[in-house]
Ligand binder design. Structure first.
Ligand code: PMT
Length: 400
């Protein structure tokens, strides 16, 4: 039986926490509830006690058993902690590590997975302070359950409603399914570095050379690795994509920036996957002033960039190295050539001549090329699904 510790803080959505407790209990979870002082202005301990069939915890110094230090033992007992509803005040306190009541002390003292379901007025939610606090907590591994849009008690029709208990329960169920999968994954605790997106090579203060890579392929791979328990660093060129939760993102611009960011992290990685579309050329010089229009043609001289994948292959120690190949013809032959020339363990090719896949599309179609000349076709589909298949395939091979 899995143990859930539910922390209820002071907002009108506290009434939904009673329903949440009921739904979790009915599914067989053992639920214990902590109520903040403010939560008790809205709901009573007795309601939670009756539903959870467990004592309810209301204060740091209201110790129930002399053998335990409550704010430590509750966190140790829990397989997952849910803060629902989470007020702006609670989120702010957690983000700076304040521990002035039972809930904040317990959360500070535990390494258990924590879910946070915010509920508040939309302006409080959108306030940069709150958003910054959420960002900090996400970086610390807190998993946020986004509030929904709709009627708020303050009279607004806007974002800020605590997610419905049924949805929260299904996320918790999924978490335990994933956790089971992660615990048997060979990527668990391994360090992975993924590159994504385009590079930007500056010509003058207003012009640059880049490409149409959206970063979607690389981001999906980084997320698939994270979902297998890897500690992922994503080195990305400029994209429109939101930084994924639980992944360290390093933003870069040029091929040289990407090279430096990858190089200095390479030694500590177990696996590196290079999905970025790195420019092969960069202007020989970056002009300080905008090039003025003149009669006639203009030539810009380019020089070669560092081939990052080749550098990694040449300096490989223990790392498993996966490169991509963006080709428009002779795909099989060029991919095999890249595999050998760049000393990679795997090359994943895609036909970037097909406009329905590859660059800046949600879809792709791929072929994995292995050193033993075996190939595995990953059929056309969404990049998110393909990324999972790639990681599954790599998992079966990389430690052989
Ligand atoms: O970002 P999306 O819109 O989702 O699109 C995904 C993608 C098409 C960009 C992706 O699937 C892909 O093919 N990425 C590799 C693009 C590329 O640069 O391919 P390439 O064949 O030119 O390079 C081969 C390999 O060498 C790649 O792993 C590349 O990252 C690497 N390389 C290339 C040049 C360079 N200077 N340094 C490198 O490390």
């Amino acid at each position: 039986m899995k143990h859930i510790l539910l922390a209820v803080t002071g907002g009108i959505a506290a009434y939904k926490a009673i329903d949440l407790t009921s739904k979790l209990t009915q599914l067989g979870y053992d639920v214990r509830v902590m109520l903040s002082d403010h939560a008790q202005e809205f709901v009573t301990p007795l309601a939670f006690q009756a539903i959870s069939k467990n004592p309810v915890y209301t204060g740091t110094f209201k110790e129930k058993t002399p053998q335990d230090i409550q704010h430590i033992s509750l966190g140790d007992w829990a397989d997952a902690i849910i803060v629902a509803p989470a007020t702006a005040n609670m989120i702010a306190k957690l983000s700076v590590g304040i521990a002035d009541d039972l809930i904040t002390s317990t959360l500070l003292a535990t390494t258990t997975t924590k879910f946070v379901a915010p509920a508040m007025n939309v302006n409080m939610y959108d306030n940069p302070r709150t958003q910054n606090n959420i960002k900090i907590l996400k970086q610390d591994g807190y998993q946020f359950i986004e509030p929904g849009d709709g009627y708020l008690v303050c009279g607004y029709m806007a974002k800020g409603r605590m997610e419905e208990p049924l949805q929260i329960v299904s996320m918790i169920n999924q978490f335990f399914v994933n956790e089971k999968e992660i615990s048997s994954s060979s990527f668990l605790g391994k360090k992975a570095l993924v590159t994504a997106g385009p590079t930007v090579e500056v010509i003058d203060p207003v012009r640059y050379v880049s490409n149409r890579s959206s970063g979607k392929m690389g981001f999906a791979i980084a997320e698939a690795l994270r979902d297998k328990g890897a500690k992922v660093t994503l080195v990305s060129g400029p994209t429109q994509l939101k930084a994924p939760d639980g992944i360290e993102v390093v933003h870069v611009q040029s091929a040289e920036d990407m090279f430096q960011a990858v190089k200095c992290r390479y030694i500590e990685q177990d696996i590196v996957i290079k999905a970025a579309a790195v420019s092969d050329y960069t202007p020989s010089e970056v002009l300080e002033h905008k090039i003025k229009k003149q009669d006639g043609d203009l030539s810009v001289k380019f020089k070669r960039t560092q081939d990052i994948l080749k550098y990694l292959g040449d300096n490989k120690k223990h790392q498993y190295l996966v490169g991509f190949a963006a080709e428009t013809q002779n795909i099989e032959q060029y991919a095999q050539d890249k595999l050998e020339r760049k000393n990679a363990d795997v090359i994943i090719s895609n036909n970037v001549g097909d406009q329905s896949i590859g660059f800046n599309s949600d879809d792709n179609e791929l072929m994995m090329h292995f050193k033993d000349k075996q190939t595995v076709k990953i059929k056309k589909g969404k990049k998110v699904a393909l990324a999972r298949q790639i990681i599954e395939e790599l998992e079966t091979r990389w430690q052989q």
